[in-house]
Design a protein around this ligand. Sequence first.
Ligand code: GDP
Length: 304
Amino acid sequence: MFDNLSDRLGNVFDRLRGRGALNEADVREAMREIRVALLEADVALPVARRFIDAVTEKAIGQDVLRSVTPGQQVVKIVHDELVEMLGGAAEDGGSAQAEGLNLNARPPVVVMMVGLQGSGKTTTTAKLAKYIREKHGKKALMASLDVARPAAQEQLAVLGTQVDVATLPILQGQQPVDIARRALESARLQNIDVLLLDTAGRLHVDQALMEEMKAVAGVSAPTEVLLVVDALTGQDAVNVAQSFSGEVPLTGVILTRMDGDARGGAALSMRHVTGKPIKFAGTGEKLDALEAFHPGRVADRILG
Ligand code: GDP
């Protein structure tokens, strides 16, 4: 991921750094190239535009061009703006928001996982439960509310055994809202710290799905509502995020398949499109392949 974008930006930067002096036209030319590179990496158009405007304003508006190392300074502005685009320093792993999750509410804290079918939602629920158990030392319970896809509930139960986190016993015929209520009740009785609700997916965003998400959120009062999106789906991922964020009160995003060779645009657009932080990245099929998302580190990787 990001390889092509990295190469393209690297070329622009080499040229900028290689020159002793820069004028406004040089900066504008470099920005045109960066804009094309971002769009080719599948970054959403408004996001690319905003990025370029911000960098251009900073690069030509201050004393950058009159400085001794103008190229170097423009590169730094691009870096800082890239970190901003990915969520900013405040959302970086080193800060108070560190592990990205707000788990300090009164238990059981409810974490609701939403997303389309195939996005990696069920796997990510299990990965996150493992993460919460191991990294936060909290007692977790998982419940699948997916009554639409055959064997979805069994899939979560199997994953639960693998990550050593309990799952709510399956009762056939129960509807999602009732399962959510039963899960909450069970979590209270067992002194569970964190209850993860794996909601149903669909192949496409539809109104019935949104109504179901709202009803589940209504009965479970989640502290976190995390949208799971597949980074490999590029612009589609951005559209999915837009649809969900208009309907359910998201608190964050988890990007899966960041180990794939996607062009990376989804990752770069998500923060701006949803207005919510990217909290984790899925980096493989194994159940420990989940990493806290660090805007600074990702920006460093892109800029090489
Ligand atoms: P759901 O329909 O959204 O619940 O999707 P699943 O959790 O069943 O995942 C679908 C497939 O994607 C499974 O084969 C997972 O192992 C795989 N998967 C999930 N997350 C990742 C990831 O971060 N990287 C890779 N390579 N595969 C993933």
